[in-house]
Design a protein. Structure first.
Length: 103
């Protein structure tokens, strides 16, 4: 094949539900939408715009977290990677096979 390699772009995509979601993503999305639905059913239909946005916020936040982004699985994974990088160890100590050889 003239040294051309065929590598699948999304080899792990087949392991996801509908090609986009993990089970935890669906739990987050279902919880946010369920909580929003309960809030909307529990309170009156004639409410102000600010109250309506407040009641819709759990579903909007859940949708934002499970929304796919390029080079990452979704926004939740991107936020997790950023927090892990910023809060993680900044100084690494050498513990290799020749650590006792140094003076």
């Amino acid at each position: 094949m003239n040294n051309n390699y065929l590598i699948p772009a999304n080899s792990k995509k087949s392991m996801l539900i509908l090609g986009f979601f993990t089970p935890m993503d669906l739990v987050i999305f279902a919880t946010g939408c369920s909580f929003t639905l309960i809030l909307l059913l529990a309170f009156s239909a004639n409410m102000e715009l600010g109250t309506m946005i407040l009641f819709l916020s759990p579903a909007l936040i859940a949708t934002f977290l499970v929304m796919p982004v390029p080079n990452y699985h979704n926004v939740l994974q991107l936020i997790t990677n950023i927090v892990t990088f910023l809060m993680g160890r900044k100084r690494f100590y050498w513990k290799g096979w020749c650590v006792k050889d140094e003076k």
